[in-house]
Design a protein around this ligand. Sequence first.
Ligand code: PFF
Length: 465
Amino acid sequence: MENQNKSAADRSKPQPKNTFSGNLGYILAVAGSAVGLGNIWRFPYLAAKYGGGIFLLIYLILMLTFGYTLIVSETALGRMTGKSPVGAFQSFGKKKWLKFGGWINAVIPILILPYYSVIGGWVVKYLFEYLRGHAEALASEDYFGGFIADSLTSEICFALFVIATFFVIIAGVQNGIETVSKIIMPILVVLALITAVYSVTRPGALAGVKYFLIPNFRNFSLMTVVAAMGQMFYSLSLAMGILYTYGSYLKKDSDIEKNTTQVEWFDTGIAILAGLMIIPAVFAFSGGDMATLKAGPSLMFITLPKVFDSMGMANIIGSVFFFMVLFAALTSAISLFETSVSTIVEELGVKRLPSCLIVLGISLLLGTASVLGYGTLDFVRIFGMQVLDFFDFLTNSLMMPVSALFTCILILRMVGFDGIAKEVKISSQFKRQGMYNFVMKYIAPFFLIVILLSSIASVLGWITF
Ligand code: PFF
């Protein structure tokens, strides 16, 4: 652990290795990591389940305050130390809590990748079926349930997704993929826009638009905040070491503040668009049925095929759409895979290829558990949750608040507001510095502890939402 021997002066030096070629390269990589299944699959189902407009409002408030504060913090700490999370934390000393803080950040992507790839596998399956011209079958009510109950087919699709990600990583072509996503992303946005307009103009859809956009305080519960917070971490790839790593590659003249603002709005824009595609359609096609609104992870796969089917040319639209979602999912999975690999290489001293194989092995193992949890092992419940839901809850609602808390403690106790401001101001005006300090000092730690305690209490059944 070479970084432990570094002096404070060394820490502030820019790291020349592996810097992004320019601002655009950085924004593409961060946006590629941020925009993925979290926006298109996860955000709409959470918004549908946890109160619609009130969820959206809380999400936006959290994104602009908390989200901003954490993105800036992680990126600045990464750039300041030139290290990924474990190294970044240990640049400030050898205390045990610093070690723990770094490691919890680093472990989360290793736990997300497996179940992320299971959903990636669902996208593979839908793309394949659209290409074969099966749009009508996909739009039927029981299709999705039948598919995930069939463990063998789900396992094959899941394995295809992880293995594809693995090959991208070992071939070292992820930069190429990020560049191609520069073309794919705008097409995805246009197609999502067309589908959203179609969706919201269906008869009966207006009730859904209202449900999604107008906050109704009667739908508020503490779980709305817990879910919105977890989603914000997930969608912006926060509290899991990614932005430390990307920040460590960032040049000193790259404007952290401007990049942050662009990425957070782009990411949120895509999520809102996905919400407009899916939630009004639930009202138009299922009459706003509560059971459908609360369908959870399956929502996108149940609702979108119905929308496409009624649009005409469903096989073509479905193929193009799921191809693009697959691409967005792949760029996110690449960043999860790459960060996991670099932690193993840098911190455990394992060579790159064996590290890739370790991550592949863990993913296949834990992902298979999630696949079976919906099929052969359907009866298994962990704290009342199915396996995939459990991993999602464990990482988003339990581990991420803890890892974000450690970032806050690192700043409050070791780096100081001045340290962060000095780093940010190398390249930015830091217009929101007042808000940053306020959130970091008075809101973040307290709020994170409340979120964490409510997640624990809910899982133990002490409180119900
Ligand atoms: N932010 C990604 C999404 O919204 O799909 C998910 C993700 C990717 C999380 C990469 C974490 C990460 F490191």
